[in-house]
Design a protein around this ligand. Structure first.
Ligand code: PEP
Ligand code: MG
Length: 598
């Protein structure tokens, strides 16, 4: 039977290619047996319930003990589940149902939990409503134990070494249950770079594609699936051509890995001696090691949203300080750019009570929220300032759309500095303050902004979204996502030229910075730093070392004269094949594949 080939798009959050069979982690489909029992059997059923609770507690405790340091921060989730398992109201209600209705423990538990969930659904308070998820989680764990379905579906499988886990989402507890040695990839419906699946996958170097929205409802068990953690795509029931391409890519990636580790040590310098800085985009402290291994000279973007995501309460000044100090003290980094909170848009955290907005990407996001919630902002800024006494930290402000936001932010920073002085705490008085250029208006006024700040960092992920009016997480318009669109390229050029006129440097930290096809163009436009996911650094270095500056300048000028992104892309593909040689092999048909043309 010929199964339909489908391409599922998401966010590639852990590099690499996996080819295998899908295993779909299904949730909420545990058949609940109903048995009418005699009163003499009440105690037996109550005991079964109590034993299941004890087993579930033990399971959760052992999961908690086994958590790695980073993931341990999520232990509060497990604590919440443990508390539910001790809840007298819940347990007594189930016992009452067993006794009063003469039913087995599973059925009684199902009745009680359904009632609680129905009540919670009607509650206005979002915090209470969210607790429903925790109750559901505990319910499923108990039910699995009682119906003798092992802890998690996956445990019962004799997985071959090539299983790709497809799930709606994976909690830290789920991930810990999986036998990670037998898993070659992850695909999830929800999540982003900082979701648990992504973090675990990156730490273990297992490819992952998250945020697909549809994977768990589209993919069927044991279907053949390929995932590409760099491109953020999963191909279900791939064609022979897909398989051939990805087997080749996988082989090349493997071969390239050693070569990459060698290249990682080399300088990112063109043939004629022009040096570009290469930084890394990270969000976790353990990733520092990966940056060093893959040859990043600094951190071009430290996304701080994870700090807010990984704990129950909003992080304090001290929490911020402790994390940033670790970054500052790392001797191998010549600079570390800490981006202040960029929450809102496609990034959410549950410990901030944000109003629901119809259009969050254009709402109270990032600096807008920080200026409104000054105390929240100040605790982060003070954390950064205090850590700046220990190493080369810079402050980066996201989502700037006009000069007033810059002036206001600088005023708040000065207030933080004054407060630290009063507390006699040292900090770097000359700490550089830069802005993300990711809203078209900021590109258009870059010559004004350049007079006020120490550096720019172009965030093309958002810049492309706002310039081309395409929601960056909306798959229906992803075909319009064109970094080489003349509208985007002109904004980038305008920004770089304005910055250089004022003598400040420009970094580019969107996904565009690691695209082999775009690197020569960005160099030609005069970019000073490229900041990217650490695994892409060696390839970027390898490409840079094959280029020379005059060639890149001519190339950029030529591209700027083109009428459309597609035309520019076509031209570059033809042009760069020869120049990039072995770096090209990995890419020869991926662009077509991405656009769904294969
Ligand atoms: C960007 O917008 O390009 C960027 C680097 O930031 P983020 O993806 O975190 O919005
Ligand atoms: Mg952004």
């Amino acid at each position: 039977m010929n199964r339909e080939r489908k391409i599922i798009r998401g966010i590639g959050t852990s590099s690499g290619v996996a080819i295998g069979r899908a295993y779909v982690l299904e949730r909420g489909k545990i058949p609940v047996p109903k048995r009418n029992i005699k009163p003499e059997a009440h105690d037996r059923e109550i005991n079964r319930l109590r034993t299941a609770i004890k087993d579930a507690q033990e399971e959760l405790k052992s999961i908690k003990d086994r958590l790695d340091e980073e993931i341990r921060k999520h232990a509060f989730i497990i604590d919440t589940h443990l508390l539910i398992l001790q809840d007298d109201f819940l347990i007594n209600s189930v016992i009452d149902v067993i006794r009063n209705e003469n039913v087995n423990a599973e059925w009684a538990l199902d009745m009680v939990v359904s009632r609680i969930l129905t009540t919670l659904e009607k509650v206005e308070d979002p915090y209470l409503r969210e607790r429903a998820q925790d109750i559901e989680y505990v319910y499923k764990r108990l039910m699995r134990i009682m119906v003798k379905k092992v802890k998690l579906d996956i445990d019962s499988l004799h997985l071959s070494a090539k299983t790709i886990i497809v799930a709606h989402d994976l909690s830290p507890a789920d991930t810990i249950h999986l036998n990670l040695k037998k898993i070659s990839g992850f695909v999830t419906d929800i999540g982003g770079r900082t979701s648990h699946t992504s973090i675990v996958a990156r730490a273990l170097e297992i490819p992952a594609v998250v945020g697909t929205q549809v994977a768990s409802s589209t993919v069927k068990n044991f279907e053949r699936i390929i995932i590409d953690g760099d491109e953020g795509i999963a191909i279900v029931n791939p064609s022979e051509e897909d398989v051939k391409y990805y087997v080749r890519k996988q082989k090349l990636l493997k071969e390239k890995k050693n070569e990459h580790l060698r290249i990682a040590k080399l300088k990112p310098e063109t043939k004629d001696g022009f040096k570009v800085k290469i930084g890394a985009n990270i969000e976790l402290i353990p990733e520092m090691e990966i940056v060093e291994k893959y040859g990043g000279e600094g951190i071009g973007l430290y996304r701080t949203e994870y700090l807010y995501l990984s704990r129950k309460a909003i992080p304090t000044e001290e929490d911020h300080f402790q994390v940033y100090k670790k970054l500052a003290e790392r001797k191998s980094f010549s600079y570390v750019t800490i981006r202040t909170l960029d929450i809102g848009g496609d990034k959410f955290v549950s410990n901030l009570d944000l109003a629901k907005e119809l259009n969050p990407a254009m709402g109270l996001r990032a600096i807008r929220l920080c200026i409104k919630e000054t105390q929240l902002f100040k605790s982060q800024l003070k954390g950064i300032l205090r850590a700046s006494a220990y190493g080369p930290l810079k402050i980066l402000i996201p989502m700037i759309s006009g000069i007033d936001e810059v002036i206001k932010t600088k005023e708040i920073i000065r207030e933080c500095m004054a407060e630290l002085e009063e507390r006699k705490i040292s900090y770097n008085k000359d700490i550089e303050v830069g802005v993300m250029i990711e809203v078209p208006s900021s590109c258009m006024i870059s010559e004004i902004l350049a007079k006020e700040v120490d550096f720019f960092s172009i965030g093309t992920n958002d810049l492309i979204q706002y310039t081309l009016a395409i929601d960056r997480v909306n798959e229906y318009v992803s075909y319009l996502y064109e970094p080489l669109h003349p509208g985007v390229l002109r904004l980038i050029k305008n920004t770089i030229d304005a910055a250089h006129k004022e003598g400040i440097e420009v970094a580019l930290c969107g996904e565009m910075s690691s695209e082999p096809l775009y690197i020569p163009v960005l160099l030609g436009l005069g970019i000073d730093e490229l900041s990217m996911n650490p695994y892409s650094i060696p390839q970027a270095k390898s490409i840079i070392r094959k280029l020379d500056q005059d060639y890149c300048r001519d190339l950029a000028n030529h591209i700027l004269s083109m009428k459309s992104g597609r035309e520019a892309e076509r031209f570059l593909k033809g042009e760069l094949k020869e120049v990039l040689k072995d770096d090209w092999i990995l890419m020869d048909n991926r662009y077509d594949l991405l656009k769904g043309r294969i």
